[in-house]
Design a protein around this ligand. Sequence first.
Ligand SMILES: CC(C)(COP(=O)(O)OP(=O)(O)OC[C@H]1O[C@@H](n2cnc3c(N)ncnc32)[C@H](O)[C@@H]1OP(=O)(O)O)[C@@H](O)C(=O)NCCC(=O)NCCS
Length: 176
Amino acid sequence: MLMIELRGPRVLLRSGKKGEAPRLLEILSEPAVATRWGNFSLEDAETQFVETDDALIVLVVELDGEVIGAIQFGEENDPQYRHANIDLFLTTSRHGQGLGTESIRVLARYLFEERGHHRLSIDPAVDNVAAIRAYEAVGFRPVGVMRKYEQGPDGRWHDGLLMDMLVEDFEDPVAK
Ligand SMILES: CC(C)(COP(=O)(O)OP(=O)(O)OC[C@H]1O[C@@H](n2cnc3c(N)ncnc32)[C@H](O)[C@@H]1OP(=O)(O)O)[C@@H](O)C(=O)NCCC(=O)NCCS
């Protein structure tokens, strides 16, 4: 399994450890997170976030030694279509403090610089204003609306906004 550790000014993104699934489940169960990520059992949280395979790589987001969320990426490795997609969640008490923006920026830098991607994509729900704003701050641009793209915990199909960012769009303060 690939072990990764990426540092930002405040957050540390690192591979999850055994025993961290209950904390991630606690965060996933918060209403503001569950409404976006759906419902998980402890077993789901263990397989999806801690004992992951290399198809989907999940990193926990740590702040001052505390796990505050997770960020993941998947890679399309067909050379004709190569790109990576990203998704994340943070605990509600840490929303709106710029930590999501920072986590995406740190992961985007790694995907461009270390893994050689030229394009990243992300697909928030069209009404997820905070997520869209955070992604735009890093350099993602809207591509278009994917209609009835994702089934929510309410059982209804919701529209998703496909966004992408090319390496030349990346707003990276470290590189400036
Ligand atoms: C989406 C998420 C990762 C963003 O992380 P965050 O740390 O809260 O976001 P940031 O503080 O970096 O940025 C949020 C931006 O949205 C703005 N914002 C927040 N709520 C808003 C609202 N209701 N309307 C308009 N803007 C809003 C903030 O002011 C900030 O913009 P600014 O930096 O220009 O002021 C986080 O809120 C989260 O985990 N949400 C629940 C799960 C989720 O939605 N995951 C994403 C699935 S695609």
